[in-house]
Design a protein around this ligand. Structure first.
Ligand SMILES: Cc1cc2nc3c(=O)[nH]c(=O)nc-3n(C[C@H](O)[C@H](O)[C@H](O)COP(=O)(O)OP(=O)(O)OC[C@H]3O[C@@H](n4cnc5c(N)ncnc54)[C@H](O)[C@@H]3O)c2cc1C
Length: 451
């Protein structure tokens, strides 16, 4: 635990501000090129045609820049995770994709409009423009495949490698397109040099992520135990095989890749439900919900495992010490809460903690007895179990709604840090309700299991 570096808020905000400023600087630089380095195609245009051509170029350049930034955003870079958190970066990666698509569509539309053309002539000399159209097609396919993957019934393990291949092809084509499509870049000068520098930096980040960093960041472990947890989950316990251990904070998650004949090596994200205060063994509790997670039961002791991380800023140690805590979990979303609770129980934490755990029925329960017994060690602990479908063990039933939350949280301080983790629809509703009840957005911390 001591080896994990939590950036103090001022340094985190300063680093975030510097990085955002740097990106703004790059965008302004890209926007300035069509003004400072006009190509001959601009010289003979006036009025709307000139403005349209300039806007088209600006849209294309910013889209190209954002495409290059997509790699570091989704690249699981640890120091970026410390500043922004990996789930936040992935969300930004998705938002960027929409902006890129809109700009990439606007780019040829504005340029064709300025040329008074409907289509690019089918001539060899126009190959960079045609390449641009191929690129636009690829961007659209990439976007549609990612945004509507589930509706299109593309399995995640098929989608991810294709997404990564396209994610490398698109920046490569962007660079070739930019270098050959406009005189501002075909002739030696600042714009051409800037594209070369961007290409080299992009390639270096890619190499660093694929080789050195990935290997250095992964910790070798072996499976020590596999046991059922509740009806639908499996707990996998891992022990380290090297002396370099995996340091993490309660509530964080890791990317796990098993090297076993019985299950594919594709990396999956899981919250640690163990706590660093209980030794080196790591515990993940996995809900059997898909092809891959269903095979986890087949893992055997001594199966090799690579762990990458930890990632995320979801955890009580990332907030002010001693602050009152509210935890709202849905189903398997209990895992990061369990890690935090186990840690606090080991430290005899006396603060006020309210855990609301919503499940469809008793079938979803895991570690319920351990949670029940938690109040013996945590004097301020209150545990509320809700079943949305069945009234099994406790009084409360039905979906968590605003009036239920208002009632359950009436004794809680509005200053409390609120942790929410569960199915996306439940999280959206709970966050809206919490805000309506007066909990500031900055005090609500979320972990989305489907980023
Ligand atoms: C930060 C985080 C923490 C998580 N913690 C837990 C946990 O503690 N316990 C738990 O049971 N689950 C957890 N999950 C969810 C878990 O990662 C998915 O349920 C699991 O990867 C599904 O795999 P599958 O192939 O069996 O299911 P599928 O039915 O194939 O996939 C279900 C969904 O899971 C996601 N998914 C599938 N494969 C991957 C992958 N390789 N990488 C990333 N996402 C994928 C996709 O969105 C997919 O639509 C967590 C997810 C995240 C992002």
């Amino acid at each position: 635990l001591s080896t994990i570096k939590i950036l103090p808020p001022p340094i985190r905000y300063l680093s975030a501000a510097c990085l955002i400023l740097f990106i703004v600087f790059l965008i302004v630089g890209a926007l300035a090129i069509p003004f400072l380095y006009e190509s001959s195609s601009m010289w003979y245009k006036f009025g709307i045609a000139k403005t349209s051509l300039r806007i088209g170029k600006m849209l294309g350049l910013v889209a190209g820049l954002l495409i290059l930034l997509q790699l570091p955003l989704a690249g699981r870079i640890k120091w970026l995770d410390r500043i922004f958190s990996l789930p936040g970066l992935i969300r930004q990666h998705r938002r960027h994709a929409w902006v890129i698509v809109l700009m990439a569509l606007g780019h040829p539309a504005c340029i064709l409009l300025s040329e008074d053309m409907l289509l690019i002539p089918l001539e060899v000399r126009y190959w960079p423009e045609w390449l641009g159209l191929v690129l636009l097609g690829l961007i659209m396919i990439q976007m549609i495949g990612s945004q509507w993957r589930q509706a299109l019934r593309i399995p995640f393990h098929v989608w991810l490698p294709l997404h990564r291949i396209a994610g490398m092809m698109i920046p490569a084509l962007v660079i070739v397109h930019v270098l050959y499509v406009s005189e501002s870049f075909t002739t030696p000068g600042v714009p051409r040099s800037a594209v070369f520098i961007a290409a080299v930096i992009f390639f270096m980040i890619w190499m660093w992520m694929r080789t050195g960093w990935l290997r250095a960041g992964r910790r070798p472990y072996v499976v020590s135990r596999v046991e059922p947890a509740g009806t639908d989950c499996t707990s996998v316990f891992l022990t380290p095989v090297s002396r370099i251990h995996f340091s993490y904070m309660p509530g964080q998650f890791a990317i796990v890749s098993f090297r076993s004949k019985r299950i594919s090596a594709e990396p999956h994200a899981f919250s640690l439900c163990s706590t660093p205060s209980q030794g080196e063994t790591l515990q993940f509790t996995i809900l059997r919900c898909g092809d891959w997670t269903r095979k986890v039961t087949q893992l055997q002791p001594l199966d090799k495992t690579l762990i990458q991380g930890p990632f995320g800023r979801f955890g009580h140690l990332f907030t002010t010490a001693g602050r009152e805590l509210i935890m709202i979990a849905g189903g398997i979303g209990i895992t990061p809460m369990l890690s935090m609770l186990r840690f606090m129980a080991d430290h005899g934490d006396e603060r006020s903690i309210t855990l609301i755990w919503s499940n469809r029925s008793e079938r979803g329960l895991i570690f319920a007895d351990e949670l029940d017994a938690m109040s013996a060690k945590l004097t301020g602990f209150r545990f509320i179990l809700i079943f949305t479908r069945k009234r099994d063990r406790r009084e409360l039933s039905g979906r968590l709604n605003q009036s239920m939350l208002k009632d359950l949280l009436r004794d809680c301080s509005p200053e409390a840090a609120v942790f929410v983790c569960g199915p996306p629809a439940m999280m959206r509703q709970v966050i809206t309700d919490l805000k309506a009840l007066g909990f500031p957005a900055g005090s609500i911390f979320t972990e989305n299991f489907d980023f």
